[in-house]
Every structure is written in C-alpha cells, then in structure tokens.
Design a protein around this ligand. Structure first.
Ligand SMILES: [Zn+2]
Length: 431
C-alpha cells in the first residue's frame, strides 16, 4: 500500500513539482527574512536566478548556528498568530534550536507520517504503541499525529517505565511499536526475563525506529528480539521532525519524501557536491514549509542517495541509513572512518559486547587507532589463548571492512565506564 500517489509518480513530474516549490520557497524567504536577504545580497543573487533544480547550488547554506543566532523566532516568516506549534531540539549546551509550525506545516507533517505508517504496513486496524518521548522533542507528537491521520489506535506511552510499557503492549495487543532502537532493545531485554516464550505474549508485527544513528548490527538485534519487520524513519526537528524519509519492506534504504524536501549530498570539508552514490553530508532545502522555511540546511548527517527504483513501486530517491555525523568523522592515515562502521563490525562479533571506546592518537607521524571493547559475559577472561583469538578475529574484520589497521584491547565485562546521557565513544587525542 502507498499512501499518496505522488510517492510513485514519474521522476520528471516529481522534479517539476520540486522546481516550482523551490522557486516559491526562495521567493518567500527572500521577501520575508532579513537573514536570507543579506545572504542573497552577499552572493549577488535574486530569486530570478533559480531557473532549474540544479541552481539550488547557488543558494546559501543554513546551519544550526544560524538558527541559534536567531533564537527563538528570528527566522520565522509568519506572525506568531499563524504559528500553532513550537518544538525544539534537545541541545545539550546553550540555547536550543526552536522550530515553529503553521497549520499548513502541521498538515504536511501528518501527511508524511501517514506515508511512514503506510510504508510499515499499518492502517486503521492497528494499535500503535508510541514509546517516543512526548514534549518539545518532535518524536512523540510526530508519531502521535501520524497515527491519528491513518485512523490507527494510538497508545501515547512516551518514554521510560519499561515494565509498565511492556504490560500495556501485552494487554492492549499493540501491533506497531514506535520507539528509538535502543529503547526497543532495552524493552526486549526486560521482556526476555519472562522466559524463552516471551514473544508469544506480544502481537507486534512491525516497528518504526529512528531518532538515533543505528548500525546494521543493532537493527538486526532489535528485529530478532521482537521478531518484527524493521522500518527506519529519518527526520530532524529543523526540517519537520520524524517523517523526512522511511524504509519500506524491500530494503534498508529510506524513501525520501521529495515533494517536501530537496536533498543534496556535499563534501563536508569543501561544500561541493559529491559524485552520485558517494557518501557525504546531507543538505536539505524545505519545499513547503511556511513558518520556518530553510535553504540548504546542513544536517551534519553522513549518508548517500540513489535514484535506483524500488520493488515497492515508489519512485522517490532513497537514502542510506545515516552512517555517522560529519563532526564524528575520523581521518585515519587518509581513510575516512565513521565510528558507526566500527560499531557495526563489533555488533557482528559474537564474543565482544557493544560497550566500546575508540581512541585515535599519533605514534610519531603516523595515525594510530585503538579500540577498547568488553568481551561478552560468557567469555572466560583468564583464557589468554581465547582472548588472543578474539582479538585477531576482530582486527581482521575491521581491516577487511574499513581498510585500516587497529589495535584491540579487550576488557572484562562492565570495565568501560557507562554514561548516563549520550555515550562517549570516541576520544581523539590528536586534537
Ligand atoms: Zn520501496
């Protein structure tokens, strides 16, 4: 099932619509936002210069810094009387980034989330257990309103209280789980305490997971632990919230809702477009946003895109699951390495756990990468021969997958310090 026929439209029709909407957006910000007026002046640019989709490259970038500098409402293009909703990022330092929605923006958000649910096979017969946090974070209410749009039954569970959530999921017979993948995995760990047949108590058929970069290994674990279809959703509050793209049942690639979001992939260092299919930083221009339209927003997320058609019939371009953050990229002896690639290898090894630390350093003039990782609970830490074997195998998989040499230090379980917030996984001593 496809929610909206635009998702399977001919590419030339999609692109014609994108160009029309891009021109409207450019005209809108040029006439209403002093910030963009100044930028256009600097670049000696007017809206009339945007004649093709390719001309998007002439436009100025917008960054998170720009949003913070205009805190809270400085980049809004409508009076507050037309703003019906505010959300904000969970920024750990300083002022958060604030985003606003008109009713038309809310309608677009509901629409793209309805596409997400439909892609995950959900309809009005389904019971959606929403484990995303409700509040200023866009996850909770984004998933809530999308479920309402398709007429599903929504259980607004929000985050936390795992035992209670599991009880509600069992008793209400939830069929769709919406949550972050780490929370879904945590819930499965708790559910497993009920015994080997724990799955029989649940009716879940699919999950829609997102809001954090996820390695293929973690995805596979969530899928297996709940025996469900895994759909990944991508989004960010600056652009709309969840609902920028989502994966269908045919592959891990995420269909982009291109009629609302124009994608570019650039080299984060030079700002230039990368070759088709290459990885780089995702840059998004909103095409229909009313309250807070953004030109060429630098997401900081690393991915690649493809126009290859999908078996499901959708024609909109697809993106790879986020590989990492542009800020997190390590350059080791000239090779670009994202910590998530290392995490993926670790997740695929049965002897080590996902508690790890990556340390980049210099030895003389050479880059050196060390990975400290805890062995699984069932590994005998006194068995030196076994430890040596685990180390060799891990080293081998990493050099095979990432083309770099690493030093591995194995640690006993619970040795690496746990963080209560966002885990610190990388220490770059070269900085
Ligand atoms: Zn598809």
């Amino acid at each position: 099932m496809i929610w909206n026929k635009i998702e399977s439209a001919r590419r030339e029709d999609i692109e014609a619509l994108q160009l029309k909407r891009l021109q409207e957006t450019v005209t809108r910000v040029y006439s209403l936002t002093p910030f963009y007026q100044d930028k256009f002046k600097e670049l000696d640019l007017t809206p009339n210069d945007i004649k093709t989709l390719d001309d998007v490259k002439k436009l100025p970038f917008t960054t998170k810094k720009d949003l913070r500098a205009h805190y809270p409402f400085g980049l809004f293009t409508v009076p507050m009387s037309e703003v019906v909703r505010i959300h904000s990022s969970s920024g750990t330092t300083g002022k958060p980034t604030v985003v606003g929605y008109t009713q038309a923006d809310m309608d677009v958000w509901d629409e793209v989330m309805a596409r997400v649910y439909t892609m995950a096979g959900a309809n009005s017969d389904d019971i959606v257990h929403n484990g995303y946090g409700y509040g200023l974070f866009t996850g909770g209410l984004g998933f809530h309103n999308g479920a309402a749009k398709i007429g599903a039954t929504i259980v607004p569970a929000s985050g936390g209280m795992t035992d209670r959530q599991l009880m509600l999921m069992r008793d209400f017979k939830a069929t769709i789980l919406a949550a972050t993948p780490t929370f879904a995995l945590h819930m499965a760990e708790v559910a497993k305490k009920d015994g080997v047949d724990y799955l029989e108590k649940y009716k879940l058929k699919a999950g829609i997971f997102g809001a954090e970069p996820t390695s293929a290994g973690l995805k596979a674990e969530v899928k297996k632990a709940w025996a469900i279809d895994y759909h990944e959703v991508y989004g960010l509050s600056e652009i709309i919230g969840p609902g920028v793209s989502c994966s269908c049942k045919h592959s891990d690639l995420l269909h982009v809702f291109e009629d609302h979001f124009l994608f570019e992939i650039i080299d984060p260092k030079t700002g230039k477009e990368v070759e088709d299919g290459q990885r780089g930083e995702l840059v998004i221009t909103t095409l229909t946003k009313q309250a807070l339209p953004l030109l060429r927003y630098r997401t900081g997320d690393i991915t690649s895109i493809t126009k290859e058609p999908c078996e499901c019939g959708r024609t909109m371009l697809r993106m790879e699951s986020i590989v990492g953050r542009a800020d997190d990229m390590l350059i080791i002896s000239g090779v670009n390495v994202y910590p998530s690639q290392i995490e993926h290898v670790i997740a695929n090894s049965s002897d080590v756990s996902l508690n790890y630390l990556i340390i980049a350093d210099k030895k003389g003039h050479l880059d050196k990468l060390e990975i400290q990782v805890e062995v699984e609970e069932d590994i005998d830490f006194e068995n030196k021969e076994l430890l040596e074997k685990i180390k060799k195998e891990l080293q081998h998989s990493i050099s095979n997958n990432l083309y770099i040499n690493v030093a591995i230090t194995l640690e006993p379980p619970h040795k690496i310090e746990r963080s209560m917030g966002k885990a610190v996984r990388i220490i770059d001593k070269r900085k």
